[in-house]
Ligand binder design. Structure first.
Ligand code: GLN
Length: 544
C-alpha cells in the first residue's frame, strides 16, 4: 500500500483537486494503477444535502453516492469510475465510530478522537486501498492546513506514514504564491507559514506545488526550497492554465514523475499519455466557435454546473470548435428583454437541472424559445421535466399544467413524485440516485446519437414524468424515446424539431476528455449546423 497525500495551504480554491487528479494521471501514464479519495472535513455525511452555492455541484457516482465535485475531476482525469467509499467526510467517520460505540465494539473504553477517530480514518483509507488493489492511493485533504476541522485527518495521515514506513508515502503540499505590489512581486511568506503549520503537525512535505498567476522563477523556487526544507527541484510552479487538462503535462515537464517514482520507490517508466495529448491539440485547433446558452438558477457560481462546463470542454477537445457558454440566470430571464433577445440568437440552449420553484418561469421561457424557434435544445433532469410542463401548457393547452414540485395542487400534474418517494421524510441520500439502465427506442434520434439502444446513466431526482399525459403528448409530436427497466420515462424528443431532446438522467456526469458524452457532442453538432444555416441565410438576406 502506497499513499500520496495532497494537502492545501494559505487559502482554499487553489486547484488542489485538479493537482490531485493531475498527479494521479501522471502516475497512470507510467502504467501505475491508481485510485483517488477525497477527505471532506465537514459534518455532513455526504454532499447530497448541500446547496450548490456553498460547495458547487453535487456529483453523483454510479453507486448513487452524492459526493464532492472533486470526485468528478478524478473520474474525468483518470477515465475511471469511483464509489462512495472514495469520499470520506467527518460526518461519515463520526457516524461509524458512534455506531460502533453503541454496539459496544469498544469494550468499555473511553472513545476519543485519538485513537478512535483517527483509527477509523485510517481504516477507511486502508479499505479503499484493499478493495481497489491500486498501486498508489492518492488522498486529497479538503480545507486548508491549520483548520481545526482537518486536524484529525492530518494526524491520521501522519500516523499512517509512520505505520507504512519509508518509501510508502509522499506528501504534496499545494500553496498560493500571491503576486503583489506595483512590480508584481511573487511572495513566498504565506507558503513558508503554511509549511511551518504542516511541520508542526509532524508532516514534512516532499513536493510543494506553488500556485501563482505566473510561472515562478528559479530564484523564487530557491527561496521556497530554502525556507521550507524541500529540494529546489521539488518546488513545482503551476501557473493558471487555459484548460485544466494541461496540468498533468505542466507537472510532467518539471520532473514530478521522477520525483514521485523516487519517493514512492516506483518503477520510473517513460510516460504514455495516449489520447490525452491529441485531446489537447484538438482543443486548441479553433476551427470556429458556437454559442451555447446555459439556463440555470445558480449561474453566479460556475462550479454549480462544473460537470456541464467540463462536458463542453470535452466536446471542444474532440471537435476542435471553441464552445462558448453564455450564462442566463433563470430567475432574471423573464424580466430581462435584452437577455431574451440574446437567447433567441443562441446556436443551442441547455436548460439545467435544479430544484424548487425559484427560476422556473425563466426556464420555461427558454424552453418555449428553443421549441418555437427551432433552436437545438437539451433539457437535463429538471430541464427535461419542465420541457414537458411547457409542452403541456402551450401545445396541449393545459394552461395550469405543472410539476407538483412547484404546484402541489395543479389540476394537471404532468410531473409528479415518484411512487416510492411519497413517504420519504429524510432528505439525505433518498432520491432516485446513481446508474440505472435505460432502454432507448430503436430508430429514435437519441438511439442514433448513442449508436445503441441500451445505456447506463446516472440519476438524481425525486419527481418523474406522469405517464397519464404521454399519449396526448405523442399525438402532438413529443415522443418518449427511452425508459428505465421498470418503465419510467427517461428521455423524449420532438422529431419534427431540428433537435429537441430531454433526458431524466445526468449525462454530464459521465463525460470525459477521452470519451466525450454523445449527447453533448450531438448538441454542439446541431448548434454548428444551425449556425451554418444562419450564416448561409444571412448574406442572402443582406443582398435582398
Ligand atoms: N427537482 C427535480 C426532481 O427532484 C429535478 C432534479 C434534478 O434536476 N437533479 O426530480
Amino acid at each position: 500500500m502506497k499513499v500520496l497525500v495532497v494537502s492545501g495551504g494559505v487559502i482554499s480554491g487553489l486547484g488542489k483537486g485538479i493537482t490531485t487528479a493531475s498527479l494521479a494521471r501522471l502516475l497512470k501514464a507510467r502504467g501505475i494503477s491508481v485510485t483517488v479519495l477525497k477527505i471532506d472535513p465537514y459534518l455532513n455525511v455526504d454532499a447530497g444535502t448541500m446547496n450548490p452555492y456553498q460547495h458547487g455541484e453535487v456529483f453523483v457516482l454510479d453507486d448513487g453516492t452524492e459526493v464532492d465535485l472533486d470526485l468528478g475531476n478524478y473520474e474525468r482525469f483518470l477515465g475511471q469510475s469511483l464509489t462512495g467509499s472514495h469520499n470520506i467526510t467527518t460526518g461519515k467517520v463520526y457516524r461509524a465510530v458512534i455506531d460502533k460505540e453503541r454496539r459496544g465494539d469498544y469494550l468499555g473504553t473511553t472513545v476519543q478522537i485519538i485513537p478512535h477517530i483517527t483509527g477509523e480514518i485510517k481504516r477507511q483509507i486502508r479499505e479503499v486501498a484493499q478493495t481497489t488493489g491500486a498501486d498508489v492511493v492518492l488522498v486529497e485533504v479538503g480545507g486548508t492546513v491549520g483548520d481545526i476541522e482537518s486536524m484529525p485527518f492530518l494526524e491520521a495521515l501522519r500516523e499512517l506514514s509512520y505505520e507504512l514506513g519509508e518509501g510508502q508515502m509522499a506528501f504534496v503540499h499545494t500553496t498560493l504564491v500571491p503576486v503583489v505590489g506595483p512590480v508584481g512581486e511573487p511572495k513566498t511568506k504565506p507558503t513558508q507559514h503554511s509549511v511551518r503549520e504542516l511541520r508542526a503537525i509532524g508532516i514534512r512535505p516532499n513536493i510543494i506545488v506553488a500556485r501563482a498567476p505566473v510561472p515562478l522563477t528559479s530564484e523564487i523556487k530557491g527561496k521556497i526550497s530554502l525556507f521550507c526544507d524541500v529540494p529546489p527541484e521539488a518546488v513545482i510552479s503551476v501557473p493558471d492554465q487555459p484548460v485544466i487538462y494541461e496540468v498533468p503535462l505542466v507537472l510532467e515537464a518539471q520532473g514530478v514523475g521522477q520525483l514521485l517514482s523516487r519517493q514512492l520507490k516506483l518503477p520510473d517508466r517513460p510516460p504514455d499519455y495516449g489520447r490525452w495529448k491529441e485531446f489537447l491539440s484538438t482543443y486548441r485547433e479553433n476551427k470556429g466557435s458556437v454559442d451555447i446558452a446555459f439556463v440555470g438558477k445558480y449561474t453566479e457560481l460556475k462550479d454549480a454546473y462544473l460537470s456541464h462546463i467540463e462536458a463542453f470542454h470535452h466536446v471542444q477537445g474532440n471537435l476542435g470548435y471553441s464552445v462558448q457558454l453564455h450564462w442566463y440566470d433563470s430567475e432574471d430571464l423573464p424580466r430581462d428583454s435584452a437577455a431574451l433577445a440574446r437567447l433567441r440568437r443562441a446556436d443551442a440552449i441547455l436548460v439545467a437541472p435544479g430544484f424548487g420553484a425559484r427560476g422556473v418561469d425563466g426556464k420555461n421561457r427558454a424552453i418555449e424559445t428553443a421549441r418555437t424557434l427551432g433552436i437545438p435544445f437539451l433539457g437535463v433532469c429538471y430541464g427535461f421535466q419542465l420541457a414537458t410542463v411547457e409542452f403541456a401548457r402551450d401545445v396541449l393547452g393545459l394552461t395550469q399544467a405543472n410539476t407538483t414540485e412547484v404546484d402541489p395542487h395543479t389540476p394537471d400534474p404532468v410531473v409528479c413524485l415518484l411512487e416510492e418517494q411519497k413517504g420519504v421524510a429524510d432528505m439525505g441520500g433518498t432520491m432516485r440516485l446513481g446508474a440505472q439502465r435505460v432502454e432507448l427506442v430503436a430508430g429514435s434520434r437519441i438511439a442514433e446519437i448513442y449508436g445503441r439502444t441500451e445505456i447506463w446513466e446516472r440519476h438524481r431526482h425525486r419527481y418523474e414524468i406522469n405517464p397519464a399525459y404521454l399519449d396526448r403528448m405523442a399525438q402532438q409530436g413529443l415522443v418518449v424515446t427511452g425508459r428505465s427497466v421498470d418503465g419510467r420515462v427517461e428521455s423524449f424528443e420532438v422529431p419534427s424539431h431540428p433537435f429537441f431532446l430531454g433526458v431524466q438522467y445526468h449525462p454530464e456526469l459521465l463525460s470525459r476528455p477521452e470519451t466525450p458524452h454523445p449527447l453533448y457532442m450531438a448538441l454542439v453538432r446541431a448548434a454548428l449546423a444551425r449556425k451554418e444555416v444562419a450564416a448561409s441565410v444571412a448574406p442572402a438576406a443582406a443582398r435582398a
